[in-house]
Design a protein around this ligand. Sequence first.
Ligand SMILES: [Cu+2]
Length: 149
Amino acid sequence: MKIKCQVFCWFIVCSLWFMAGSSFAQAEKFFEVKAKKFSYTPNIIEVNKGDLVRIRLISEDVHHGFFVDGYAVSTSAHPGQDGSLKFTADKPGRFCFRCSVTCGEFHPYMVGYLVVKPNSRFSMSAAAVILIGLGSLVIVFRKKENEQG
Ligand SMILES: [Cu+2]
């Protein structure tokens, strides 16, 4: 009876580990960013840590660039000639992206933000695994105590 319970607990723990692992799988996020003097639309891009980020840069007036601080990746776009960029968001945090082509007097203010959130789904699954693991240990120890006493 006792052994059956332990096997059952381990089965739950293992299946949760598996779920946690699969939720960590890389997701692909695609954004179309429009650039014009002197702003980006959207100017805030939010992804999860580990995501594969694909960006299509579209210029609505002159030659604009797109450089992401912290990741040091860039692209540029001419009107009618889109730029594209692909990278893995492996660092969490808030990073500035800015125009890397001098496009006019307010060019230095042409900025936006890339927000890379820590993978919360993964943390939650990991927390659940630890809690259930500890819980099953407590149950097993209590049963032992009861049997001895
Ligand atoms: Cu510019």
